[in-house]
Design a protein around this ligand. Structure first.
Ligand code: 9D3
Length: 259
C-alpha cells in the first residue's frame, strides 16, 4: 500500500513541513509513513507578472485568487496522486474541523489542501472542483497554512505505527468525549502542594475511580457542550483503562519526541 499522501496548495510552500518536521509527525515522515508535497500555486500563473489574484468583481477591499490558476494547481495535485483524495479548501467559513472528520481523513488515502490568502478564492472553482470547506475554529488567522498544519498534525498522529501502542489504546478510551484528568509526578510534595493521596495509595481501582470522577467534573465545568453530547449518549460510557500505579514511571534516556 502506498503511504498516506498530503498535497498542500499554497503561495508559501516554504511553510511546509515547518513544525511537522519535528516530533511524531516528522519522524513518521522520515520513516515514509506519510508523504507531504507542497505545491506552489504561483507556479501555475500564466502571465508575465506571475499573478495569482485580481480585484473582486463588484468592488471592495482585498484580492481574490483566480479560478484558472487555482484550477491548474488542483489538476497538478490530482495528477500526482490518488485522484480519490478529498479536496479541502481551508477557510474561516468552512465546517468546523473535529476529531470525527480527522478520523475519517486519516482512514482514507490522504488529502489535497488548498490554503487561501487574500480575501479568498473565486467561488466558481470551489464549486467546479467540489471542494469541502473546512475551518479549524472561530478565530481569524492570516492564512490557511497554519490551519493546514493543524489538520495534518491531527491526521498523521492517527496513522498506523505513528503513535505507539499504549498511546493508541488511550486514544480509543478517551475518544469517549471526556477531558483529561489532572496529572502528577515527583516530587510528592512541591512548594507545599501535595499530590492527591489516592494516587500514592497503590489501589488501582480507587485511582481509576478518582481519575474518572475528575475527568467528569472538569468536562462538566469547562465544556458543558461536550458534557451534554455525552449525557445524550453521544459516546462510549465504559470506564477508561487508567493504568493506575503507586509510583511514577521510571525515567528513561529518550527525549519526549522519541517515545
Ligand atoms: C474579511 C473577512 N475575513 C473573514 C473573517 C476574511 C478572511 C480572514 C482571514 C479570509 C481569510 C482569512 C485567513 N484565514 C484562513 O484562511 C483560515 C482560517 C481562519 O482564519 N480561522 C480558522 N480556520 C481557518 S481555515 C483557513
Amino acid at each position: 500500500m502506498t503511504a498516506w499522501h498530503a498535497s498542500v496548495l499554497t503561495l508559501f510552500p516554504e511553510m511546509f513541513p515547518g513544525p511537522l518536521g519535528f516530533s511524531l509527525a516528522g519522524r513518521a515522515l522520515r520513516e515514509g509513513r506519510w508523504r507531504l508535497e507542497a505545491i506552489d500555486i504561483r507556479a501555475f500563473a500564466t502571465d508575465r507578472h506571475r499573478s495569482v489574484d485580481d480585484a473582486p468583481f463588484g468592488g471592495g477591499a482585498g484580492m481574490v485568487l483566480r479560478p484558472d490558476v487555482v484550477d491548474a494547481a488542483v489538476a497538478a495535485a490530482l495528477a500526482g496522486g490518488d485522484p480519490a483524495r478529498p479536496l479541502i479548501y481551508l477557510t474561516p467559513r468552512g465546517a468546523l474541523l473535529d476529531q470525527a472528520m480527522v478520523r475519517e481523513l486519516a482512514a482514507g488515502p490522504g488529502c489535497i489542501l488548498l490554503c487561501g490568502r487574500y480575501e479568498g478564492v473565486d467561488q466558481r472553482v470551489i464549486e467546479a472542483r467540489g471542494m469541502r470547506e473546512v475551518s479549524i475554529g472561530d478565530y481569524v488567522l492570516s492564512g490557511g497554512e497554519p490551519a493546514a498544519l493543524a489538520l495534518l498534525d491531527a491526521c498523521v498522529r492517527l496513522l498506523p505505527g505513528v503513535m505507539g501502542e499504549a498511546a493508541s489504546a488511550e486514544e480509543e478510551s478517551h475518544a469517549a468525549g471526556l477531558l483529561e484528568y489532572p496529572h502528577y509526578t515527583r516530587p510528592a510534595e512541591w512548594q507545599g502542594r501535595r499530590v492527591p493521596e489516592v494516587l500514592l495509595s497503590g489501589h488501582h481501582a480507587e485511582v481509576a475511580r478518582w481519575r474518572r470522577a475528575e475527568a467528569e467534573r472538569i468536562t462538566r465545568e469547562r465544556r458543558p457542550d461536550l458534557w451534554a453530547k455525552r449525557a445524550a449518549g453521544g459516546g462510549a460510557t465504559a470506564a477508561p483503562d487508567c493504568h493506575g500505579r503507586a509510583e511514577p514511571p521510571k525515567r528513561d534516556a529518550r527525549k519526549d519526541h522519541e517515545r
